[in-house]
Write a protein that binds this ligand. Structure first.
Ligand code: R5P
Length: 305
């Protein structure tokens, strides 16, 4: 790719916000995908006239996910037919938690989604903290999951207890790398909790593990808070084990239903999430567009490979 980059903002408020942040940080021109919804609910997409540049197309997949996804497919297909090179940035990748056939017959949503995005012309794909790194193999091209935790640790440094009083925990062993990345930047120790989820009922079970929680502040780091069940169970167990206070940190805060109340009732002191999903009352959001912008600084200055 030897052309200059421009930013194309996809549909929805979050796509536009990320696109503006990235374009401003990198000094790039910004254009908006034009969209409207017909009276019957169907989506209309128009690509504005663009210079002959490489396109950094920022399309988030926040709720309503299926509508956003359809809008993304329409835009990608049009851009491809017009001969553009497209780098797709999707800060929140919907469907990423359905990454395998947990029960026989289940559709593996993330696999189809990444195949579709690639086949419709996205040459490269970037997201923030995908649920499972391994899912990226379904995108047959350069696919990157950007790490938000060192940046979040820096931003949150003055809102959290002193690192020497803190233990950072992941809510299960499989996610311990998230706790490590946050803890390394924050300057604290890290460990994990043992979690099991019933695949049929969705119920989460925490197994009591010997964690040196007594008298310490705990930061639980996860990729996503959805119903809040995982964080709430972990917080309750840790407070019972003598933790001084518990903070919840996640890249993506879906916080559906009564998740915020659930977390509060379980004793979580503060909730910090990235701004990849709509804000919720009582939850602090950390702007993550700088994590995206930083990734493209070099490309912008030197051109992509
Ligand atoms: C699961 O493996 C994920 O990393 C999150 O822990 C989970 O999706 C959070 O969901 P919920 O908030 O509904 O427990």
């Amino acid at each position: 790719m030897d052309k200059n980059l421009l930013v194309l903002a996809g549909t929805g408020e979050i796509s536009r916000r990320y696109a503006e942040g990235v374009a401003e940080s990198l000094g790039l021109e910004i254009y908006n995908v034009e969209n409207k919804v017909f009276p019957d609910g169907e989506s209309y997409i128009r690509i504005p006239e663009l210079p002959d540049n490489n396109i950094l197309y920022i399309q988030n997949l926040d709720p309503p996910q299926d509508k956003r996804l359809w809008e993304a497919l329409l835009a990608l297909d049009k851009l491809r037919s017009q001969g553009y090179n497209v780098i797709l940035v999707t800060p929140y990748l919907a469907y990423s938690r359905q990454d395998k056939e947990f029960l026989k017959g289940e559709a593996v949503s993330v696999a189809l989604l990444l195949r579709l995005l690639r086949s419709l012309g996205a040459e490269e794909f970037y997201t923030i903290e995908i649920h499972k790194m391994d899912s990226l193999r379904h995108f047959a091209g350069r696919a990157i999951s950007l790490d938000p935790y060192p940046y979040m640790a820096g931003v949150l440094a003055d809102k959290l207890p002193h690192p020497s009083d803190v233990l950072v925990l992941s809510p299960d062993l499989g996610a311990i790398d998230r706790a490590r990345r946050f803890a390394d930047a924050f300057g604290s120790e890290f460990d994990y909790i043992v979690k099991r989820r019933d695949r049929v009922t969705g119920e989460v079970y925490m197994e009591p593990k010997e964690i040196p929680a007594r008298g310490r502040s705990i930061i639980i780091v996860d990729d996503i808070i959805s119903t809040g069940g995982t964080m709430a169970k972990a917080a309750r167990m840790l407070l019972e084990q003598g933790a001084t206070d518990v903070y919840a940190v996640a890249a993506h805060g879906l916080l559906v239903g009564g998740a915020v109340d659930k977390l509060r009732n379980s004793g979580v002191k503060r909730i910090f999430v990235g701004d990849t999903l709509p804000p919720k009352e009582g939850v602090d959001q950390v702007e993550l567009y700088p994590v995206v912008a930083r990734e493209f600084e070099w490309v912008n200055q030197h051109g992509a490979s």
